[in-house]
Design a protein around this ligand. Sequence first.
Ligand SMILES: Cc1cc2nc3c(=O)[nH]c(=O)nc-3n(C[C@H](O)[C@H](O)[C@H](O)COP(=O)(O)OP(=O)(O)OC[C@H]3O[C@@H](n4cnc5c(N)ncnc54)[C@H](O)[C@@H]3O)c2cc1C
Length: 286
Amino acid sequence: MRYEAPKTIREAAGLLAKAKGSAFVLAGGSDLLVRLKGGMIEPELLVDVKRIPSMQTVTKSAAGFRIGAAVPCAALGENVALKKAWPGVVEAANLIGSDQIQSRCTIVGNLCNASPAADSVPAMVAAGAKAAIVGPKGRRTVAVEDVVTGPGKTSLKKGEVIEAITLAKPAPKSGDAYLRFTPRTEMDIAVVSAGICLTLGAKGVIKKARVALGAVGPTVLLVPAAAKAIVGTKLDDAALAKLAAACEAACKPIDDKRGTIEFRTEVAGVLARRAALIAYQRARGE
Ligand SMILES: Cc1cc2nc3c(=O)[nH]c(=O)nc-3n(C[C@H](O)[C@H](O)[C@H](O)COP(=O)(O)OP(=O)(O)OC[C@H]3O[C@@H](n4cnc5c(N)ncnc54)[C@H](O)[C@@H]3O)c2cc1C
C-alpha cells in the first residue's frame, strides 16, 4: 500500500486519477482506518488530504462560509461566527464520536463514508450546503444531498476530491437545528435523526423551510412535503402535526435490532417536530 500526502488538491486528484487499484482519500481516518484494520478494504493508495492548506481552513465571506474538507469537527465548534450562523450544522458535527474522534473527523469524511445515519449530513442538507469538488476534469459544485447515492456509495468520479463545503450566509430571521435519537447519549450511531432549517417572514410566519431525515432510508432524505407542511404557518400545533405526518410518510427505514420500522417512523416525526421548534426559536432570535 502506498501512502501519499500531497500539498495541493490538484496533486491529490492527479494521484487518485492515476491509481491502478483501489484508492482512497484519507481525511481524519475515523471511518477509513476502521475499515482498513477490519480487512474490509485493501487500498493500493491512500491520499492524505490533511496537509493541503486550502482544505485546512474555515473562511467567512460576504457570501457565507467555506469549510475546508480537512478541518476537524472540533474546530467547527470553536468557530464562534460559524456556530452563530449555522448552530444546527455545528451541533450535528460536534455530535460525532468522542473528543478524540472530534479532533480528527471531518464533515466531508462523514458525508463520503455514505452512511444513512451520518450525523452531519441531515443538518448540511437542511442548510442547503454545497460540496466543492476538484477532479481531473476541473471543478464542479454539487448539493450535499446529491453526493451520496446509496449506503457506502457516492456520485464522486475517479480522481474527484471534495475540497470544501460551502454554506450560504443565512437569510435574516433564519434558524437551523439537528436532533438524533440514540440509545446511549454518546458514542452511538443515530437510530433516527432530523435536520431543519427555516426562515421567517412578517409576523413570525415561516416563508421557507428545508427538512431532512437521517437513518430512515438508504440515503439522507430531503422531504419537501414536510417543508410544505410548515411554510405559511407560525408552527402551531396543527402545522407540527402535519410536519410529523409528512416525515412519517417519507420514511423507508430498515428493521433491525437498533430500531423497528414502526419505531423509526414514529420517532422521525417526533424529532422533526422538536427540531422545528428549536429552529423556529433560533429564527426569532430567542
Ligand atoms: C469511535 C467512533 C465513533 C463514531 N461516532 C460517530 C457518530 O456519533 N456519528 C457519526 O455520524 N459518525 C460517527 N463515527 C464515524 C466517523 O467518525 C465519521 O463518519 C467521521 O465524520 C468520518 O470523517 P473522517 O474525516 O475521519 O473520514 P475518513 O475516515 O478519513 O474518510 C471516510 C470516507 O470519506 C472519504 N473521504 C474523506 N474525505 C474526502 C474528501 N475530501 N473527498 C472525497 N472523499 C473523502 C474517504 O476516502 C473514506 O471513504 C464514529 C467513528 C468512530 C471510530
